[in-house]
Ligand binder design. Structure first.
Ligand code: NA7
Length: 542
């Protein structure tokens, strides 16, 4: 039935954020028929949903844009060093209009399942209204931080006030004026939102479980000279981003922290602190990401900054982070620690008194009750695997992705997974995406996928599938690299540690954006080594 009556495309892409839009553009340019489905009422993905107060990108705006088109680069101008959510969303809309992308995007259309039909080697994708569409290639471009995590706290449905999650922020302005506001969570989202909410709220209570390292963003309007210079030199800048560790045009020093005196280290850390880049402190020395001793020197530097900023010693003590610096994504802030000096802000340490219950009038920890009008969950996401597992994907032999990944994630290059032919993930788990400037990773994945599809077409290949051995090797490699660093020694969402019952494993490739690109290119140049290619005549090539 599905085969006869359904719409058919070469490719179906799910999601109209940065990755889905670029995938659509490249597929169309390469002559493939393509349809994008987006659950939201409009395009933008992450930047459509994360419109909480203070939301902005932690990568410098001049590097946080598509790099594939000179025209787009030249026509767009960012207003500040770190762009706000609404400006990034404007940029996405500008690109969509410029490239005439909307005509192939169906909005407000949630994909409810996707099933691989082994007989005809096609994907059957079911939409919320029950209709089925058919595609040769299935490309989930669903992002890595799009499945909001609202912890299952007792009584959560009883709350009579307004309840929000930062990742699903409403379009209407939330009025905090004079209100008693509670924020749960002090990750990147909480740290961005807290200073802005504090300026308006009657009283803000921050419920903190784990104190975080954070350094000042020193955000400022961009001057025309910086913009001009960036545009003029973009070819070289792009090359440096592509071959870098994190997708930005800077890199770590080759000097070890232990080689310097404490005074010299202090001078170097202070300079990085004043510069304000996301990776500035991490890049001061070569051994910060690897050596506990070196790491402690920068951790101590940040703690002393917190101490100097926060007036009340008790509050300062509660704000002291004590995990390895850089093993969670570094956080830039604007007046975050200063906010705790305000009269209308209080900090509750959930490590000494955990939340026991949400009540109709607020929240109760093990020792006190708090009356609240508004409760903001800045509690993060079921990162990386969460958005994919929500899609109900079924591959060969009736095996679902949820079954396959129940005990651990298995991918090849973070792009494909065995048993799911012709499915390509953009910025999937076990790729460097979350450790990088996301757009650089997105473009690299999309470009690789397009080259792969062109190859398949040229060689009359019907189906491509990752080999189980190749993905086992890839998982081992991801783990080995993470274990060489301090990354896997901290409970973070990179480790799946923020979601109850999620397998504990390092979910990214930590070897760097540049080396990863080389590996992917090598795989392609060897005729897609590690994949099985099934040709039209059912001949298997390797
Ligand atoms: P994060 O970084 O996952 O932060 C979530 C915060 O919420 C973090 O402080 C958590 O504490 C806290 N949290 C989560 N669940 C609970 C419960 N049940 N009780 C109390 N506190 C809780 O998410 P963000 O949205 O801030 O940032 C995600 C990424 O977006 C970020 O890395 C950037 O790349 C952009 P915990 O640390 O788990 O103790």
């Amino acid at each position: 039935f599905a085969e006869q009556h359904s719409k058919k495309y070469d490719a179906i892409v799910i999601g109209a954020g940065f990755s889905g839009l670029y995938m659509l553009y490249r597929l169309r340019e390469a002559g493939f028929s393509v349809q994008v489905y987006e659950a939201a009422p409009d395009i933008g993905g992450t930047w459509y949903f994360n419109r909480y107060p203070g939301a902005r990108c932690d990568i410098e705006s001049i590097y946080y844009n598509y790099t594939f088109s000179e025209e787009l680069l030249n026509e767009w101008e960012w207003s500040s060093k770190y762009a706000e959510q609404h400006e990034i969303l404007n940029y996405i809309n500008f690109v969509a209009d410029k490239l005439d992308l909307r005509k192939d995007i169906q909005l407000q259309t949630r994909v409810t399942s996707a099933e691989y039909n082994e007989e005809n080697q096609k994907w059957e994708i079911e939409l919320e209204n029950g209709s089925i569409v058919i595609a040769t290639y299935f490309i989930p471009a669903v992002g890595v931080l799009s499945a909001s995590n609202i912890p299952n706290i007792k009584g959560i449905d009883q709350f009579k006030g307004a309840l929000y999650h930062t990742g699903e922020w409403p379009h209407e302005k939330v009025d905090f004026k004079g209100k008693r506001v509670g924020v749960i969570g002090t990750g990147s989202s909480g740290i961005q939102a807290i200073p802005v909410i504090a300026q308006e709220a009657g009283h803000l209570t921050v419920f903190q479980r784990t104190p975080q390292y954070s350094s000042p963003a020193h955000n400022h309007p961009l001057d025309s000279e910086t913009i001009h210079k960036t545009k003029e030199n973009f070819n070289e800048i792009r090359e440096t981003m592509y071959t870098s560790m994190h997708g930005v045009p800077s890199s770590a020093s080759t000097r070890a922290a232990v080689q310097d005196t404490p005074e010299e280290r202090e001078r170097i850390y202070e300079k990085a602190w004043q510069e304000g880049g996301l990776f500035s402190l991490l890049y001061t020395y070569s051994d910060i990401a690897f050596s506990p001793e070196a790491n402690e020197t920068v951790a101590q530097f940040i703690r002393s900054k917190i101490n100097k900023t926060v007036h009340d010693p008790e509050t300062a003590k509660k704000l002291m982070p004590n995990f390895y610096y850089g093993t969670k994504r570094p956080i830039l802030n604007t007046d975050y620690f200063e906010t705790y000096n305000r009269e209308n802000v209080s900090l509750i340490d959930l490590r000494t008194a955990p939340i026991e219950e949400i009540t109709p009038s607020g929240l109760r920890t093990s020792d006190l009750a708090y009356d609240l009008d508004i409760l903001v969950f800045a509690t993060g996401f079921d990162a990386l695997t969460g958005p994919l597992l929500k899609l109900n994907i079924q591959g060969k032999n009736g095996v679902t992705l949820n079954e396959k990944w129940a005990d651990g994630t298995q991918t090849y290059l973070g792009i494909a997974t065995s048993g799911f032919p012709n499915m390509f993930m953009i910025t999937g788990p076990q790729s460097p995406s979350v450790l990088s400037n996301m757009i650089v990773s997105i473009e690299q994945h999309v470009d690789w996928i397009i080259d792969c599809l062109a190859y398949l077409k040229e060689h009359e290949v019907e189906a491509i599938e990752a080999n189980a051995e190749a993905e086992q090797m890839w998982a081992k490699q991801c783990k080995a690299i993470a274990d060489m660093t301090l990354l896997s020694k901290t409970d973070s969402w990179y480790m799946g540690a923020n979601i109850e019952g999620k397998p504990r494993e390092f979910l990214a490739f930590a070897g760097g954006v540049g080396p990863y690109r080389q590996i992917c290119d090598q795989v392609a140049s060897k005729g897609y080594e590690g994949f099985t290619l099934l040709s039209a005549s059912q001949q298997t090539e390797d």
